[in-house]
Design a protein around this ligand. Structure first.
Ligand code: ADP
Length: 262
């Protein structure tokens, strides 16, 4: 049985094709202005990667902020459920999932039966999100893929960054550059402030091991290390942490398809 999960996030669109109990292929592309077009593109790329046609896919579930706009999905399911499903499929021992995406940051707590027992969401402002880090990376003129490593290569104490609002933080960063503070130290200061902010969400949700970080920001090793320091626990990171929501959607699609075929 071939099923698919498609996650239309604020920043990245992801598709996972799932067959015979494992991931067949996946694709990640930037979310464009038109969600319908984005969903068609990301699905087409995953199909090419898996050497399949759309007609071969028996059931499709969509998730993410653009989930209602996927024309070829039979069902849509919330990101919270899909992230928990995908994370627990990869690592059944996970009890706390921190998903840091482009526009929001969420903490999901699961029990030993894999049931969601609590979740806390930060969606009101950019603090503690990928978008915040994207703005800082652009301000520092460093590619997003490099900011994590750069933040760990330090010669001096990082500055204390007080602003949690992205616009004020950008101004603070420009001022630090003018004062000759090295970009790596600035990044470390930014990550420390962001990690503290995110930790308050984890604290609210209640922390328990094992701990997993998902979403595109889980690829940022500097942020991962800061979060590990805050919770005093090693984070589990999937091979491709950005597709965990789409994987969960594909798993729901497999279950729904099996039910429909009964
Ligand atoms: P959403 O689902 O909300 O669209 P994603 O989980 O796709 O968000 O994450 C998008 C964010 O991930 C970007 O804003 C960016 O900060 C971060 N990101 C993506 N790829 C990388 C990478 N290779 N290294 C560091 N950060 C990354």
């Amino acid at each position: 049985m071939l099923t698919a999960g498609i996650d239309i996030g604020s920043t990245g669109a992801k598709t996972v094709l799932f067959e015979d109990g494992k991931i067949l292929s996946y694709a990640i592309i930037p979310t464009g202005g038109d969600s319908v077009e984005t969903s068609e593109k990301v699905m087409a790329e995953a199909l090419i990667n898996g050497d399949r046609e759309l007609e071969d896919v028996e059931y499709i579930v969509s998730t993410g902020y653009g989930r209602v706009l996927v024309p070829f999905a039979q069902r849509n399911i919330t990101e919270i459920s899909c992230h928990a499903k995908g994370a627990l499929f990869e690592y059944p021992s996970i009890r706390t999932i921190l998903d840091i995406g482009g526009q929001d940051c969420k903490v999901i707590r699961c029990n030993d039966k894999g049931k969601i027992v609590n979740f806390v969401l930060n969606e009101k402002c950019a603090a503690g999100t990928g978008r915040f880090l994207d703005v800082i990376a652009r301000t520092l003129e460093i590619p997003i893929e490099e900011i994590g490593e750069r933040s760990m290569d330090l010669e001096d104490e990082p500055p204390v960054i007080n602003s949690t609002c992205v616009l004020y933080a950008k101004t603070e960063v420009l001022k630090l550059i003018r004062h000759g503070v090295h970009k790596n130290e600035i990044l470390a200061g930014i990550f420390e402030a962001q990690a503290s902010r995110i930790y308050s969400l984890i604290h609210k949700a209640g922390f328990a091991e094992d701990f997993m970080i998902t979403g595109g920001v889980a690829k940022n090793i500097g942020m991962v290390k800061k979060m590990e320091e805050k919770v005093h626990s090693k984070a589990i990171i999937a091979e491709e942490p950005q597709i965990i929501g789409a994987l969960g959607a594909a798993l729901f699609a497999s279950e729904l398809c099996a039910k429909a075929n009964q």
